[in-house]
Design a protein around this ligand. Structure first.
Ligand SMILES: [Zn+2]
Length: 98
């Protein structure tokens, strides 16, 4: 009988302790700022996700993140290359015309 009484007191106590541990963990997660840092695939600097562009690269469904600076750099490199090749094409077309 005594064991039964102790058991009845213990079960809610154990449940209460477990719930407290769970709620503490949840509270801890909420306190943690939700800013998830992700590494840029090109410069390997860490940025928050909203400052990165996610792109699936290659045939392995691997997602890479690219930061604005690297995208801007790629764009200017591409621009320089396109302008260079455009210049070359113009020279060729001019020579064929003339
Ligand atoms: Zn970068």
């Amino acid at each position: 009988m005594l064991f039964f009484i102790i058991w009845i007191i213990c079960i809610p106590l154990i449940i209460w302790i477990v719930l407290r541990i769970i709620s503490r963990r949840k509270a801890g997660e909420e306190v943690d700022p939700g800013v998830q840092l992700e590494e840029c695939a090109l410069c390997h600097e860490e940025f928050p996700m909203n400052a990165l562009l996610e792109k699936e690269v290659g045939g392995y469904s691997r997602v890479y993140c690219f930061c604005g600076n690297c995208i801007e750099q790629l764009r200017s490199e591409y621009q320089a290359k396109v302008e260079q090749s455009d210049g070359g094409n113009q020279q060729i077309s001019e020579s064929t015309n003339g």
